[in-house]
Design a protein around this ligand. Structure first.
Ligand code: GLA
Length: 755
């Protein structure tokens, strides 16, 4: 169905709806609109097109998103926020009038604007034509509604360049997923110099604050908050990969709103290459957020007849503060992003060898660790780096994916059999996109890496990046992984990526096509993951990148879990994990219990504290179990058992950050309510007591006021006056006290509904 709106069709909305019943094509429209994937008892998402005011309304869950076609035939954003009444009419979209300095194109809030006609704000698209023309002006052409997808087509005023915007709403969260497809119907190649999935325009009045995530290796996920002022803040990666310096996520609140109250607009990009989200307050004081691949160094050659589809840019709205925004993201990720959504498997408790044996893995030491891991209830044993090629340290072996015969004389078979006999499944570390210059692969194929001819190769961790955009490299990477998984009973890959790009040249293609590497590399990365998953459907994959440098909604479509940070210090992890949960669900957040004092900062913490910190995500153990005492094993077994009884709540529930470490360096408290509301789990940490101050009273959330819950602490102590059972109203409004004093103390408790 492709409908251009007719100016003659001036039917008011109500009448329009009634007319619909007797119109053949409109009846079809209604049928398709009403068959979305409805996941909950909420209003179904509806995409309505109103002919009189040329308005597109996307309404789902608690959110309305409305844009229209203005008199200049631009797509003008009209509203994004709390759901409006269906009969509410918005004013007809009018382009803003400009001046000599800021023309109307720059001021009018548009869904997708190309660089041309004097635009000075961030463009969604910039192209160059072979004749030197670089001006592009897009106007509405037609639209189409299929299922719950709205597609709107635009075209340049004179050249055969088409752009189709695609929107999909999620019924349960109201989160919108959007992308743009650029089609070159001219008779020559054009170069896309910059492209975004689209622009989110915020309501025009407001004292807005931007929240984003920043960090570096072993210090990822720091929450940054800053007022939005005239000008531009660019969150980005120029690294060829997602990176930890910024994560492709943003949240904007209005008027100083808080954790659980107020308006928050948020979004995330699904792209694991260089990316960019620009948050701009323009000359009309409006805030707009544009996101896509990074414009720096971008230059995609789009041949005649070809199409280019951008990554997805997701956006949502909550009027329950940043806490509500996070919970919508978590729900959406579980329901719509991760493999096997909406019912992904719970994360097993895993053991990983890295911090115990480093590169010195052998059949014997891994078997010893496996026996000890099994004794505390571990379900998956993962051998990390060091098992392949001549990998004795990080200077050699990457690229040579054969089992090291000195370390494993009979291959991986005996170790895998042992792990299985202990009741665990087996996982393995790989870093497929990398090569050490000291490797057989590099000696044979020095041209397989990213490089500029005749220029030095900058190494990172003694390794170079393979050019995965090359078909032969893609084939090599896929085939060694496929062989590894076909010949061994492997259930899990930890897929690592330990450096940024440098000298991103691709000398074997024509110079005007070289920059396609920024896109083709990532597409091949995704397609390898997809193909492997299809051929080996029982294999799960973790995305790791020297810690949390490759966590985004793009890679999460293909990976069951992610590694947030190499920093496994249980106290540092409280703030790292806190930041992570702003954007991503604890259901995919791996967290290991490691040795104390930790290599990160030499801090010593009790084993119980370390467990409680990790139990807020997907629990793993990364300690050297050969050094543990019998008491450590007893404590660990108790905590692993406890974790198994609460993990469904922790991994799938509604998270409330009762006390965020970023607001208060003395305490940190998380609470999670199970999806069915029957179990509440809370973890509380104390950095250091000061003076005579008691631990703050905790006011729980997400409970049924009238229901009765019994409380029980599985670590630390509740205050002696705490009742053993009380109503949801009591726990939420009266609150409860913990008996936590001293340094680095922790407590954890559950409440179970009894009626
Ligand atoms: C990266 C990962 C670690 C470990 C090492 C192995 O740093 O983040 O967890 O796997 O590589 O070399």
């Amino acid at each position: 169905m492709n409908h251009a709106p007719s100016k003659k069709n001036k039917v008011p909305l109500r009448k329009f709806t009634r007319t619909l019943l007797c119109s053949a094509w409109l009846t079809a429209l209604v049928l398709t609109v009403c068959t979305p994937q409805i996941k909950a008892q909420t209003d179904p998402p509806s995409i309505q097109y109103e002919a009189t005011s040329r308005e597109f309304r996307i309404e789902a869950a608690d959110t309305s998103y409305i844009f229209g076609i203005n008199d200049d035939r631009q797509l003008q954003t009209l509203y994004w926020g709390k759901r409006l009444g269906t009969a509410d009419h918005l004013a007809r979209p009018k382009p803003l009038s400009g001046s000599g300095f800021d023309v109307s194109t720059s001021l009018t809030p548009q869904e997708f604007v190309a660089w041309g006609a004097g635009l000075v704000t961030e463009p969604d698209l910039k192209v160059s034509f072979p004749d030197g023309n670089r001006d592009l002006v897009l106007k509405y052409v037609s639209h189409q509604i299929e299922g719950n997808t709205l597609s709107v087509e635009m075209k340049d005023i004179s050249r055969e360049v088409y752009v189709t915007l695609e929107y999909q709403a999620d019924a349960e969260t109201g989160i919108l997923r959007r992308c743009a497809t650029i089609e070159n119907r001219t008779d020559a190649s054009i170069t896309i110099e910059q492209v975004a999935a689209g622009t989110w325009n915020l309501p025009n009045e407001g004292d807005y604050r931007l929240r984003y995530l920043a960090g570096s290796w072993a210090a990822e996920w720091n929450v940054q908050v800053q007022p939005i002022h005239p000008g531009k803040t660019v969150l980005e990666s120029r690294r060829g990969t997602t990176g930890a310096q910024n994560n492709p996520w943003f949240a904007i609140d209005r008027d100083g709103d808080t954790e659980e109250n107020g308006n928050v607009w948020f979004g995330a990009l699904g792209w694991s290459g260089s990316w960019e989200i620009s948050v701009e307050q323009d000359a009309a004081q409006r805030v707009r957020v544009t996101g896509g691949p990074n414009a720096f160094e971008f230059g995609y050659l789009l041949s005649k007849g070809a199409k280019f589809t951008t990554p997805y840019f997701y956006g949502g709205y909550s009027d329950h503060g940043i806490g509500g925004a996070s919970r919508l993201m978590h729900r959406y990720e579980i329901d719509s992003i991760v493999p096997h959504h909406p019912t992904p498997k719970l994360r097993p408790v895993l053991y990983n060898s890295w911090e115990a044996t480093g590169f010195d893995v052998t059949e014997a030491n891994q078997m010893t660790l496996a026996e000890k891991a099994a004794s505390i209830g571990v379900e998956r044993f993962v051998m990390d780096d060091g098992w392949f090629g001549q990998r004795k340290n990080d200077r050699a072996g990457l690229g040579d994916w054969y089992v090291n015969p000195q370390k494993f004389p009979n291959g991986l078979g005996p170790l895998i059999a042992k792990v299985h006999s202990l009741g665990m499944d087996f996982g393995l570390w790989v870093e497929p996109e990398m090569v050490n210059p000291d490797s057989d692969l590099y000696r044979k194929h020095p041209d397989w890496v990213l490089y500029f001819s005749g220029r030095p190769h900058t190494e990172g961790r003694n390794q170079l990046v393979l050019n995965l955009a090359r078909p032969d490299v893609r084939a090599y990477v896929y085939s060694f992984l496929d062989k590894l998984l076909s010949e061994n009973d492997i259930s899990f890959l930890k897929w690592d990526y330990n450096r940024n790009w440098s000298e991103p040249g691709w000398p074997s293609v024509s110079p005007n096509q070289e920059k396609n590497v920024y896109v083709d590399f990532i597409r091949n990365f995704y397609s390898i993951l997809a193909e492997l998953r299809q051929k080996h459907p029982n294999v799960e994959i973790e995305s790791c990148s020297g810690g949390g440098s490759r966590v985004d909604l793009g890679v999460m479509q293909y990976t069951d879990e992610v590694w947030p940070s190499d920093n496994t210090d249980a106290f540092d992890r409280l703030s790292i994990q806190n930041g992570f949960t702003y954007a991503y669900t604890p259901g995919v957040m791996m967290a290991w219990v490691t040795d104390s004092p930790t290599w990160v900062n030499n801090r010593s913490l009790s084993l119980e504290y370390r467990f409680l910190s990790s139990m807020q995500g997907s629990l793993g153990i990364g300690a050297n179990l050969t050094k543990w005492t019998p008491e450590d094993f007893t404590k660990a077994k108790q905590m692993v058992d406890e974790y198994k009884s609460i993990r469904e709540t922790v991994q799938r529930g509604e998270l409330y950050r009762l006390i965020s470490p970023e607001h208060n360096s003395a305490q940190s408290v998380t609470e999670t309510a199970s999806p069915d509301g029957k179990q509440i789990v809370a973890f509380a940490f104390l950095h250091s007591s000061t003076e005579y101050h008691p631990y703050p009273r905790l006011y729980l959330r997400g409970m049924n006021e009238k229901a009765i819950y019994s409380i029980s602490a599985f670590a630390g102590k509740l205050d002696g006056d705490t009742p053993t059972r009380a109503s949801g109203a009591y726990w939420m409004h009266h609150g409860l006290d913990l008996d936590l004093r001293g340094d680095f103390q922790a407590a954890a408790f559950t409440l179970n509904r009894v009626n």
